[in-house]
Design a protein around this ligand. Structure first.
Ligand code: SAH
Ligand code: CA
Length: 218
């Protein structure tokens, strides 16, 4: 679902730097060959993730939910020299395509892909993150947040995608709709957490951006 009128969205797209050739190719190949291509971040959100990354200049990024690697490549653009990005996906069928694009973008040294359940892999990564991007199964957003929060450096960021869930988070939740319920719970949890300062960007499907405070009075 698009929150913005098509004309506005198109105008924003025409006034946002274009995707690189590699990203445009990955975007096309995902739409041609992979299931549920709308999960790919796409042009405007991709440029936004790249911009966030350049603003933060992270040395360590964790991405939960690689899919075809579009957001990983965007986030990797702003990584500080010597830094790197770990990305995790449970779907092993994506591995070859992601690795091919990581290589095509010349990012083999910077991006490490893990295949498996992020709930199991995240605790094995002993890093201190500057930026965490949560974009996997919505039911586990709160679990991912809990797993990473003590491993994000003070002043670091956690960004979670799709927190508006096509607007469903604002409607009465059907008891069977576990994804919407999980996102409602996640957004409330973040909002109530004194350890972070957060802003919900109503961009695309909603991005929750949290800054981990140095101390509670920050
Ligand atoms: N970040 C990508 C889109 C991710 S789509 C982009 O913006 O382009 C969500 C991905 O999460 C899917 O590829 C799915 O396989 C993965 N996923 C779902 N459950 C997971 C889990 N438990 N652990 C790791 N990845 C998971
Ligand atoms: Ca997403």
């Amino acid at each position: 679902m698009d929150f913005l009128p098509e004309k506005i969205d198109a105008y924003a797209g025409r006034h946002t730097s274009p995707e690189s050739e590699v990203l445009a190719k990955l975007n096309r190949e995902t739409y041609a060959k992979v299931l549920i291509p709308r999960m790919l971040s796409g042009h405007i959100q991709g440029r936004m993730l790249s911009t966030f990354s350049y603003m933060i200049r992270p040395e360590r990024i964790l991405e939960i939910g690689t899919y075809t690697g579009y957001s990983a490549l965007c986030l990797a653009e702003g990584v500080a020299p010597g830094g790197f990005l770990h990305t995790i996906d449970i779907n092993e069928e994506l591995e070859d395509m992601v690795k091919r694009y990581i290589a095509e973008a010349g990012q083999q040294e910077r991006i490490k892909m893990h295949i498996g359940n992020a709930l199991e892999i995240v605790p094995t990564l002993s890093e201190n993150w500057d930026l965490v991007f949560i974009d996997a199964d919505k039911e586990n957003y709160s679990a991912y947040y809990d797993l990473v929060i003590d491993h994000v450096r003070p002043g670091g960021f956690i960004i979670a995608d799709n927190v508006l869930w096509s607007g469903k988070v604002t409607e009465p939740v059907d008891a069977k709709d576990e994804e919407t319920q999980a996102l409602v719970n996640f957004n409330k949890k973040v909002q109530d957490d004194d350890r972070v300062e957060n802003v919900l960007f109503p961009v695309r499907d909603g991005l929750m951006v949290c800054r981990v405070k140095q101390q509670v009075s920050d």
